[in-house]
Design a binder for this molecule. Sequence first.
Ligand SMILES: CC(C)[C@H](C(=O)O)[C@@H](O)C(=O)O
Ligand code: SF4
Length: 779
Amino acid sequence: MVYTPSKGPRTLYDKVFDAHVVHQDENDSFLLYIDRHLVHEVTSPQAFEGLENAGRKVRRIDCTLATVDHNIPTESRKNFKSLDTFIKQNDSRLQVKTLENNVKQFGVPYFGMSEARQGIVHTIGPEEGFTLPGTTVVCGDSHTSTHGAFGSLAFGIGTSEVEHVLATQTIIQAKSKNMRITVNGKLSAGITSKDLILYIIGLIGTAGGTGSVIEFAGEAIEALSMEARMSMCNMAIEAGARAGMIKPDEITFQYTKGRPLAPKGAEWEKAVAYWKTLGTDKDAKFDHEIEIEAIDVIPTITWGTSPQDALPITGAVPDPKNVNDPIKKSGMERALTYMGLKANTPLMSIKVDKVFIGSCTNGRIEDLRSAAAVVKGHKLADNIKLAMVVPGSGLVKKQAEAEGLHNIFQEAGFEWREAGCSMCLGMNPDILNAYERCASTSNRNFEGRQGALSRTHLMSPAMAAAAGISGHFIDIREFEYKSQDEGSPKLEVTSEDERELESAAYDHVEPAQPEDAPQDVANDELKDIPTKSNDAPTKPSSSSMKPFLTLEGISAPLDKANVDTDAIIPKQFLKTIKRTGLKKGLFYEWRFHKDDQGKDQETDFVLNVEPWRKAEILIVTGDNFGCGSSREHAPWALKDFGIKSIIAPSYGDIFYNNSFKNGLLPIRLDQQIIIDKLIPIANKGGKLCVDLPNQRILDSNGNVLVDHFEIEPFRKHCLVNGLDDIGITLQKEEFISKYEALRRDKYSFLEGGSKLLKFDNIPKRKAAVTTFDTVHQDW
Ligand SMILES: CC(C)[C@H](C(=O)O)[C@@H](O)C(=O)O
Ligand code: SF4
């Protein structure tokens, strides 16, 4: 179907969406062109494997950029010789080496561990100018929303979609709703965008943005630097939104100009002229509008196990006694127990064990500057067991060192680390021990996130640094700085300073490379990397789906809200390079506890008890099932256990999407209907029948319990026919090529992409890691 964008006033999201429609099908499902695809080691192995098994290539290596971030140790790389000696955890090493093998095989530009430009995907994209205004950006990672700070449409995808994008450079999408959050007035001195976004999530909740793309607008947003805008959009996903976006403006252009991959000369002018047209039109309609007064925002931290558990630092731990909703009340009680907190305790009296400054939310140069300004001249409090600063990228680290920030941190007792995700989710050795309390600048405080039974409090870099110095949470506005004399602390950086420092960050000289990196990766013995899956009878690719028609099976109740994907499958199970074998990890922290010998023992969690051990349908009473991370391991684990359908009031967007790609049917139903009609049956372990063709739910006697549930026609079509998305999209080659021709002309400033990256340290003849000469590959 030919797509005709609306002629009326449009939002920023509408405009970027419209500019990328390759094809619209009858069912209101769109094929969107993807300009930028970031790849990391956790969510890509199965995608590359699928590609290889189907004999497909990466369609646009110039639109693809890979790096390693989640699994890598953050200790000094001075003695880095090879991945074999440096990464001690076998599964982490395997995942990193698998990516190195894949980028080599498929010719994808890649920043490996011996590259100064390596870093967290969401830090390196903007740094390199790979992320550009008005583009579509995807990555197998939920915090891809970060890039929306440039006015790009940026969202996280699952592994099946990573494979889809690698193969076709497109993605199948439904149009989201438009939501605008306007922040009027100016933020008070010392209040950061992290405080603001925590405040917003506290207000609208982690499901507040579900189904929507949020545009952040208003005077306070326009005054933010690009890095501060990135922290905001980074956490849009924590508000349940598909993406967060901010209109590109002079601040955006200044930040972007001169980046290695930003357009130059006439192409730059052409690009800016286009980018200036992207702002929301005056009379454009939003489905939801929220207005906030900046003056109301004060330093904000979280107390519980969800980012929405945010409170002003002057507040106290909430009391479940004051809550009527039974699901909320029990969630609050559980969070208090988990966090080891008593109701009504003033937040500022809570002591801290560890401090983590870093992550894709707050691991950029401005974040480190504001933390260093706090730390300068102080020492860590005696009760702090560990405080670490982990720059978001090698270039951030270099810049910080050029400014002497590392000395400030180290003199105060902080550890100064190498770039990576680190303790944000602890897939590497940086984890909290059980019951340790951490002041963290990351974005998620889920149970077990930073280590089993760990306790995370989210806050801004300045607040985390101040907690380290004080030993307990403290209001940054009352903190006594010692560094006024030298022009520090800089809670705000003037745009002039900023420009100078930013350009310095990219004016780097490549460090001398260790002998066997990365040009010699080709010679590395990648013996432990299976290039083909051994344990599956059929080759796994996204095409191996059985049709879903009716399902009759035992139903199990789950009386919880905001079940995040970290809870569905904790991080330690993400290190697999396969799609199978994840049954043990499903709800791991809830299903198992350790006995005295450290062995796993089953708890009385519902899925450990007969008859629910054989449950095929999960009935969830609370909202927002599967929120958080984009890990497709969540539906893989559910399927591996035997769950084939989930019924809940609402879902995290990415999880919802990922489920369909794996033949797992998520059904949205009104909470009251679930509680009244389905839960009584599930509580008894009774059977339910999901009839997808007729969109209804019956009991085992054939009585209709729900005579209609909604499902998008395209998704239903694919499920009942067992259709493979990639196969469907490949039939639209004609439209994709046509779009690419238009793009080469109209958006010529996007051409070139990551293939323009220079790897000065890699002698041409040995450039095995990347093959830049093939831009458009034929199928
Ligand atoms: C590993 C990845 C799938 C995950 C995400 O999607 O967010 C991770 O980055 C996280 O923060 O939990
Ligand atoms: S949220 Fe944490 S783990 Fe996820 S990409 Fe960002 S830094 Fe990495």
